[in-house]
Ligand binder design. Structure first.
Ligand code: NAD
Ligand code: ZN
Length: 260
């Protein structure tokens, strides 16, 4: 059994090396590259995904992120939000995969990152053009006058936090269930899907609508798709051209070694 397991392991490493070479060729020959990231890229920074065994929804009720629930119960909703997004994950730092994407942009190998994440880690790693499909937890927005604050500017010791301008209710500047996608991010993402000839999709199940339509749109417009994920996703057997099976830091580290 042991020797069979070793055989499978060696075989998988061989496939990964071969696919890394294919990915590098695609990257070197591409005209415009976009990265599309999900919760998986931040798992090795200590932020769990929503779904799956270690997912947040096994511990918390997603109701706290429903916009109607938030407006009816801002204090209760904020209590859980503070625990998840500010106490637990507030100090998470970017990992190798975030840094490699920033390095690729600096070297003109990447046009932009479209992220479903709200953790600000792409920007903290140095990425400049980031389209935040679901907003950003490091900012708070007044639901009345729309003033935006950085998290550190406002105390969240007493909940719910209030606007310094108009005393309105402050909400994290990410989208809740029942809210629309920020228009600027949506337009920029569709534009990237229309113009890019290569998408690098990292750490996403491809189950969240309408974000999951963006790589599909790119594929329909002729883009090649490289996917990085330890598990198969909705994309793997449908739109993916080169599947790099593994953790984001490991795979992006290998890509970086081959590129730079
Ligand atoms: P998801 O929770 O549905 O799935 C996570 C994916 O990451 C899975 O496909 C899993 O196989 C993969 N994964 C796990 N570990 C990985 C690793 N080390 N390297 C690479 N991939 C790994 O995530 P989703 O598809 O992004 O959708 C969930 C939604 O939840 C998103 O819209 C996002 O806004 C939000 N979310 C954000 C954060 C964050 O900001 N970091 C965290 C949790 C959820
Ligand atoms: Zn206000």
């Amino acid at each position: 059994m042991d020797s069979f397991c070793n055989f499978v392991k060696t075989f998988n490493i061989f496939i990964l090396e071969d696919n890394i070479n294919k990915a590098v060729e695609l990257i070197k020959n591409a005209r415009q590259i976009t990265a599309f990231t999900g919760a998986g890229i931040s798992v090795e920074s200590g932020i769990p995904p929503f779904r799956g065994e270690a997912g947040l929804w096994n511990k918390y009720d997603p109701m706290v992120l429903d916009i109607n629930y938030f407006f009816s119960n801002p204090k209760e909703s904020w209590g859980i939000i503070r625990e998840i997004f500010y106490d637990f994950f507030g100090n998470a730092e970017p990992n190798k995969a975030h840094f490699v994407l920033a390095e690729m942009e600096k070297n003109n190998l990447l046009e932009s990152v479209i992220t479903q994440n709200i953790d600000n880690l792409h920007q903290e790693a140095g990425s400049k053009t980031v389209h935040e499909f679901h907003g950003n937890s490091k900012k708070l927005i007044c639901v009345d006058c729309r003033t935006v604050y950085k998290v550190g500017e406002i105390s969240i010791k007493v909940l719910p936090p209030k606007c310094k301008n108009c005393n309105g209710l402050l909400k994290p500047d990410f989208i809740f269930f029942g809210e629309g996608i920020p228009q600027n991010a949506y337009i920029a993402s569709v534009d990237a899907a229309n113009k890019s000839d290569l998408f690098i999709v990292i750490g996403t199940t491809g189950e969240v609508m309408p974000a999951c339509q963006i790589p599909v749109m790119a594929k329909q417009n002729g883009a090649k798709i490289i996917e990085v994920n330890p598990e198969f996703s909705k994309f793997t057997n449908s739109i993916t051209d080169v599947f790099l099976q593994g953790k984001a830091t490991e795979v992006m580290g290998k890509l970086s070694d081959a590129l730079f």
